[in-house]
Design a protein around this ligand. Sequence first.
Ligand code: GDP
Length: 298
Amino acid sequence: MFENLSDRLGGVFDRLTKQGALSEDDVRTALREVRVALLEADVSLPVARNFIKAVEKKATGAAVTKSVTPGQQVVKIVHDELIAVLKGDDEEPGTLRIDNAPAPILMVGLQGSGKTTTTAKLAKRLKERDRKKVLMASLDVNRPAAMEQLEILGKQIGVDTLPIVKGEDPVAIAKRAKTQASLGGYDVYMLDTAGRLHIDQDLIAQAAAVRDTVSPRETLLVVDGLTGQDAVNVAEEFDDKIGVSGVVLTRMDGDGRGGAALSMRAVTGKPIKFVGLGEKMDALETFEPDRVAGRILG
Ligand code: GDP
C-alpha cells in the first residue's frame, strides 16, 4: 500500500549522505517526498503546499543539514509541524462547554455522515464519563426512520429521548426539548437535526431556525472523515451559514489516512473534538493530534 514516509526519506538521505553534507536543495528533494505522502493521505493541495513551506523554513537550518541523521530530523520537524497545525490553539480536545444546565448541543451534518450514531455515542460518553443527565431529540421530521433510530439507540445506551409527536415541526420539537430538559433536571439536551444528501437552502434555514430557538452552547458538525476535500467544503459551508463550534470526524476506523483532519483544521480553523472509530456505541474517542499525525505520515 503506502510506503512509509520515514523509509522513503531514509532512501533519499542514504543517497545524499554519500555526497557529504546536505545542501538546501537536498532538503527540498526530501520535502517533495513529504508532499507526495501528504497528498496520498488525502491532504488537499493548497494545504500540503503551505505545510511544506512552513516545514522548509525550519528544515533548511544548519542544525538539520549538518546533522548526522538529517532524514530523522526532517521527519521529526514534519511530525511536530503536523501536530502544531492539527492542534492549533484549541482548548483540550474533547472539551465541551456544557455548564449552565440544561446546555443545548446542536448536531449538524449531511445524511449518512454518522450524525445520529455520533449523537448517541456522545450522549453515552457524557452520561458515563461526565456523569451528565442527557436528553436526546431527533428533529428529522421528514425521515421517521431516523427519529426511531435515535429512540432505539437511546434505549440501548440508557439515555432518554424526547417522545416523538407526529406532525410537529423542528422548531416546535426543539422548544419542547428545551422545556422538558429544564423541567426534568437534565444537564444537557442534544438536538439531532435533519440531514440531507446535499447542503440546500431548506436544510440550512431549518438548522438556523433551531439554532435561533435554543442558542446552542455547542454546534457540532459531523463529517465523514473518508471524504477528504468534500468534508472540508461541507464544513466551510455549514460554518458560514450556521456557525460551527467543533467538528467530529467519523469513519476514522476506515482505511483512509486521515488527511481530511489536517485540511479541515488548516482551512476552517475549527477544532476537531472527537473521532468516530466504528459503528458501536463506544467507538467515539477524543481527537488526538499525535495519533492522527502518525497516521498521515504512514
Ligand atoms: P446519519 O444519516 O448522518 O445520521 O448517519 P447514521 O448515524 O445513521 O450513520 C450511517 C452509518 O454509518 C451507520 O451504519 C453507522 O453505523 C455508520 N457509522 C457512523 N459512524 C461511524 C464510524 O465512526 N465508523 C464506521 N465504520 N461507521 C460509522
